[in-house]
Design a protein around this ligand. Structure first.
Ligand code: SAM
Length: 303
């Protein structure tokens, strides 16, 4: 097709269309733009080198896919019953939820979709090892005080690295405590900073040092070296950009995972500023809402 496919995160089709600019074909939230893969932030999965295939029959379609690769994930938006019949003729792909702490799947996973009864588009090589980029965790519905912890679980799982026992982490905008809980569970100690209080059961965890103040008032030199600086603070992207630069310039933080919250309209210029920070990456996590995640982890995001 001499194009690349981009599957928008649900609800963020406009953002993806805007950043691609020259979409040549759209099937629901799956958009195709000319040329090789581009740097985009609102895609949940990227289909590299997609091909359009005329299918002879349901069994014939499955045979063509199986001939090329074992594992295939279906993206379905129309022709549901025919698509399901093709899927039924493909090897079963495990629908097991991701367990936090376990590595991301490693088996190659292609994607395909039925665009009309006789045509599929398929890509053997996709950016996400999860079906349609959906990182569904086996959740802990009891301990964390909210579901924000899923963002940090996903970030660490995608990075493939986690804080280690004895490391110092900082959680900016820590209240009520989902991220603080995740960081504490790794065995690291956590400086949790928020103007609002932590959930009492998180505040009393042994390695949590809660500081009720503004994250923007902290002096990195006085705070001391931090192995992981995590921020989920609600603020304008520009303000977060200045904050992370302050920490990078002083060299007081090694790894960063920060949520860039969009306030109102999507600020594409502000996003590009973060993405241009050398050795870092901006992604829309499956568990992100109208926000992106900026990560700077030497040895991982600079590869
Ligand atoms: C989305 S919530 C964070 C949720 C948290 N990550 C969790 O897992 O529970 C955003 C937090 O940013 C905090 N916040 C806003 N401005 C702040 C500031 N200047 N300094 C520190 N925290 C701030 C808010 O009080 C709020 O608790």
């Amino acid at each position: 097709m001499n194009a690349t496919g981009y599957l928008a995160a649900v609800g963020f089709e406009d953002q993806l269309r805007a950043e691609l600019g020259d979409v040549i074909e759209t099937h629901d939230r799956l958009m195709f733009a000319p040329g090789p893969e581009r740097r985009v932030f609102w895609a949940q999965n990227v289909w590299r080198n997609p091909v359009r295939i005329a299918i002879p029959s349901i069994k014939g379609a499955a045979k063509i896919l199986r001939f090329n690769q074992r594992n295939w994930a279906m993206f379905k938006f129309d022709h549901f019953s025919r698509a399901k019949l093709i899927e039924a003729n493909l090897p079963h792909v495990s629908a097991k939820r991701q367990i936090f702490g376990e590595p991301a799947p490693t088996a190659p996973l292609g994607s395909w979709t039925l665009i009309d009864p006789d045509t599929i588009i398929a890509a053997m090589d996709c950016s996400s090892p999860w079906k349609n980029g959906e990182v569904e965790f086996e959740e802990d519905k009891v301990t964390p005080p909210n579901r924000a912890y899923l963002k940090l679980w996903e970030a660490f799982t995608r990075l493939g690295v986690f804080p280690q026992e004895g490391e110092i982490t900082m959680d900016m905008g820590g209240s009520p405590g989902g991220w603080t809980w995740v960081l504490h569970e790794t065995g690291a100690s956590v400086i949790s900073v928020d103007k609002a209080k932590l959930d009492p059961k998180i505040a009393k965890l042994p390695r949590v040092d809660f500081r009720q103040e503004s994250a923007f008032g902290l002096d990195p030199e006085k705070t001391g070296p931090i192995d992981w600086l995590c921020s989920d603070v609600i603020c304008y992207p520009d303000r977060l950009y200045r904050l992370v630069n302050q920490w990078m310039e002083t060299g007081m933080a090694t790894n960063f995972i920060c949520t860039i919250k969009m306030q109102g309209d999507t600020d594409h210029a502000a996003i590009a500023q973060f993405a241009d920070i050398p050795g870092s990456k901006v992604v829309h996590l499956y568990n992100n809402k109208h926000e992106l995640t900026w990560m700077k982890v030497p040895g991982v995001t600079d590869q």
